[in-house]
Design a protein around this ligand. Structure first.
Ligand SMILES: Cc1cc2nc3c(=O)[nH]c(=O)nc-3n(C[C@H](O)[C@H](O)[C@H](O)COP(=O)(O)O)c2cc1C
Length: 359
């Protein structure tokens, strides 16, 4: 007999909470059950199938008859608990098409709005106590300012083909190792850590990587591709799955015809290699956020509209990217294409209009 390797125990007097963080289950154990579990942790071979507590532990998955395969993690327990504990969160309901998504999303918004809004920030002050800052009287005529003000999340894409030049520009400027920075390497930088991107990177490790999701790019077969930042090149990983893109992104079907997207992953083993503490786990997400924003700004500058999400069907995405059970994990998705600039899909708008006309 074995103890499930994905549990931790939280004391909450008078009980102990046994938390199976992989399967998102929690059990409250009273003293009798806690003592019995302590004995079994000490020696799982003491399992006794005539003991009702032992059999309950087994059926609850706290005990297992075989050793469960543990993920190659490369980091400490706290980061593992958080990351795996927030993965594959069971969705009560995954919409199967755009109309279902619209109804479900609208219902959710109505429920949220029916609850009181969070209170003002503690630092909120009346207008009379605020110091007004000057508004920029005229924005500098730089492309950057225009790009920054032009970025917007859109949710209706035409599906129109994106060119390979656009994809090359997007990847080089958001994830590529910049040739322009090659001669600007300080002698204090350790060999092997000299590569630089347009986005800052925790410890200069470039722990984030990218996989391109191609549906309609000129010159590329549809599929998933790994991006290689040193060579500024792609390699084919997998064909597209049969299910639409929205299914991989927790039912957000309005995005099904997005021509191109980027899954941003993080190499946890690389971060842990330099920073042996859980706090560095936060940096993986911060870095992914920088890359995502840069991708969106480059896309906007190219005249493309953008969309982004952290709602991933983790296991499915990992398999598609060929990184299942590894210390490289997908964190975020950002994509772009031609759009009519709508913030919401037609189906949701129609639903809202029909509700409006009923009232
Ligand atoms: C971390 C993060 C996660 C997001 N996830 C989603 C998502 O799952 N689906 C979606 O349609 N938009 C998502 N968005 C986009 C936000 O809804 C959008 O940024 C927000 O409404 C503000 O609009 P704007 O981007 O046009 O300024 C996400 C944005 C961020 C920063």
């Amino acid at each position: 007999m074995h103890i499930n390797p994905y549990i931790f125990i939280l004391p909450r007097s008078p009980d102990q909470i046994v938390w199976d963080y992989k399967n998102h289950k929690q059990f409250e154990l009273n003293l009798e059950y806690s003592i019995r579990l302590a004995h079994l942790i000490d020696n799982p071979e003491k399992f006794d199938d005539s003991n009702i507590i032992d059999t309950q532990f087994l059926s609850a998955g706290i005990l297992a008859t075989s050793t469960k395969e543990t993920i190659e993690w490369g980091w400490d327990e706290l980061s593992k608990i958080f990351h795996i504990g927030t993965k594959n969160i069971p969705c009560e309901y995954i919409p199967q098409d755009i109309n279902e998504w619209s109804r479900h999303y609208l219902g959710h918004c109505i429920d949220v709005l029916a609850t009181p809004a969070p209170e003002d920030r503690r630092t909120e002050r009346p207008t009379s106590e605020r110091i007004d800052l000057p508004h920029p009287s005229c924005l500098p005529e730089s492309a950057l300012a225009t790009t920054l003000t032009g970025r917007k999340t859109c949710r209706t894409f035409t599906g129109k083909m994106v060119s390979l030049e656009e994809v090359g520009t997007l990847l080089y400027l958001s994830l590529g190792y910049l040739r322009e920075r090659e001669n600007d390497v300080d002698e204090t930088i350790v060999e092997g850590l000299g590569a630089r991107r347009s986005s800052p990177s925790g410890g200069g490790l470039n722990a984030c990587e990218g996989f391109l999701h191609v549906q309609n790019v000129c010159g590329l077969e549809p599929g998933l591709y790994a991006y290689h930042p040193t060579d500024h090149a792609l390699s084919f990983v997998n064909p597209l799955p049969d299910s639409p893109l929205g299914q991989l992104l927790c039912g957000q079907h309005f995005i099904n015809n997005l021509p191109v997207g980027l899954f941003i992953t993080a190499r946890f083993d690389k971060l842990w290699w330099k920073y042996e503490h859980s706090r560095a786990y936060r940096m993986a997400y911060v870095e992914a956020g920088h890359i995502s924003q840069t991708f969106q700004l480059v896309a906007t500058a190219l005249g493309l509209s953008t969309w982004l999400t952290g709602a991933l069907a983790d296991d499915q995405v990992e398999s598609l990217l060929g990184i299942e059970e590894s210390s490289e994990q997908p964190l975020f998705f950002v994509g772009c294409g031609q759009s009519d600039g709508q913030v919401m899909c037609t189906e949701l708008k129609a639903l809202l209009n029909s509700r409006g006309s009923q009232q």
